[in-house]
Design a protein around this ligand. Sequence first.
Ligand SMILES: Nc1nc2c(ncn2[C@@H]2O[C@H](COP(=O)(O)OP(=O)(O)OP(=O)(O)O)[C@@H](O)[C@H]2O)c(=O)[nH]1
Ligand SMILES: [Mg+2]
Length: 424
Amino acid sequence: MQDTTKEIRDKVVLVGLNSPVLKQEENADEDTMEELSALVETAGGETVGIVLQNRPSPDPRTFIGEGKVAEVQLYCENTGATMVIFDNDLSPSQMRVLTQLLGVQVLDRCGLILDIFAQRAQTREGRLQVELAQYQYLLPRLTGMWTHLERQAGTSGKGPIGSKGPGETQLETDRRHIHRKIDKLREDLKDVRRVRGTQRQQRRKNEVPVVAIVGYTNAGKSTLLNHLTGAGIPANNRLFDTLDTTSRLLRVSDTLDVVVSDTVGFIRKLPHQLVEAFKATLEELEYADLLLHVIDVSNPEWQLQAAVVENLIRELGAGELPRIDVFNKSDRLPVGEIMPHGEDICAISARTGEGIDRLLEMIDQRLDKGTRRVVLHLPYDKGSLLDMLYREAKVEQVEYGETIDVTVVCGPRTLGQVQPFMED
Ligand SMILES: Nc1nc2c(ncn2[C@@H]2O[C@H](COP(=O)(O)OP(=O)(O)OP(=O)(O)O)[C@@H](O)[C@H]2O)c(=O)[nH]1
Ligand SMILES: [Mg+2]
C-alpha cells in the first residue's frame, strides 16, 4: 500500500510518556525508547533526540500537554527533525492534533512497526497481511492520513498532514473504499493460505514433525536455523530482519528428520492488527510439534522479552505445546556468569555452535518420546476423530467392531487429542 519509506529516512525525534495511570506495558522508559530508536534505524531513519516525559496522567487532547508540545516543536526546529514518533499509542484524534501543532509528521510505535513490515514483506502472503493490517490501522485515522491516500491515488498531495482535510463526503467515500479493500484482501489471503494448508497436510501424512523457532526480534532465530540447516537466511543485527516463515529439513538423528521453521520475531506493543494479520503465518506454531523459544540471554531485558513472547504464544493458541527454552548468545556472557538451567532449558551460542549438539539431543528426546504407534478404540459417536487421524497422522489399520479400532502412528499433539481412547 502506501510507501512511507521516504519519510522514515528523515531525522526523527522520539517522545515517550511515563505515567502512573498507564499500565506497565503501555509506559515508556529508557529501555523502550532505546528499542524504539532501534526500530527507527531498521526503518532507515535517524534518531536526533529523545524526550521522555513524566506526567501524572496523559493529556486527553495532546497526550503530553501543550507546554511539552511546544518544547518538542522547538527541539524539532533546532535539530531539523521532520518527524516525531511516540513510543506510546496515540488515539487517532491525538495524532491529528499533534500533527497540526508540531507541523511535522507524527507516528506512534504501532504505525512505525507497520511501516517497517510494509518495507520488508517479501512474499505475496506477507504483503497481503501487512496491507490488511495497514488498512485496519488506517480506518479510524482516516482524516490524519489523508495525504497518504491522495498519494496512493496518484495525485501526489505532499504537504503537512492535516493541513488540508478532506470534506466529509470524501471521507465517507474513502471509508467505503477501504472497507471494500479490506474484504478483498481477506479473500486473497484465503486463497494463498489454501495452498499452504494442503502442503501442511502432506507433511502431516508423512509424519515429519515440525519444530518452530520463536522468540523476540533479534534474539538469533535465523542464525540458529542457519547453523542447524545451512539455510543461508539473512541474519542481521536489526529488528524484524525476518518477516517470512522459512522452513528447512533437518536430520536430528539417524532415525529422526524434522522440519524446522524460522518465524517473524515478536516485540512488545506489537500492533494487534499485525498479530491478527500474521496469525495465519504463525499458524506454523499451532501445528508445530515442538517450539524452540530463542532468548537473547545477553540482553539485560531478556526476562521481559521472554514474557512478551510467552504471552503472544498463548494468544496464538500454542501455549500447551512442548517447548524448549533456548538461551542464546551465551558467548556474550561474562565468564563465570551462571546461565539459567533446568530440564527444558538449553544454553547455546548460535554463532559459535556451542551447545548445539545438546540442543539436537533434546529435540530428539522430546519428539521421539511423542511419536508412537498406538491402538485406539473410538466410540462410534467420536467418528470425527477418525477423520482427524486420517488428516494428521498415519492410519495403518481400521476395524469396525463394538468400537472403531484404529492402529495409528502419531505425534504428541495428535496423541493428546485421542489419549482417552488409547489401549493400555
Ligand atoms: N554474539 C552472538 N551474536 C549472535 C548469536 N546469535 C545471533 N547473533 C547475532 O544477533 C543478531 C540477530 O540475529 P538474527 O538471527 O538475525 O536474529 P532473529 O531472531 O532472526 O531476528 P529477527 O529476524 O529480526 O526477528 C545478528 O547480528 C546475529 O549475528 C550468538 O549466539 N552470539
Ligand atoms: Mg530473523
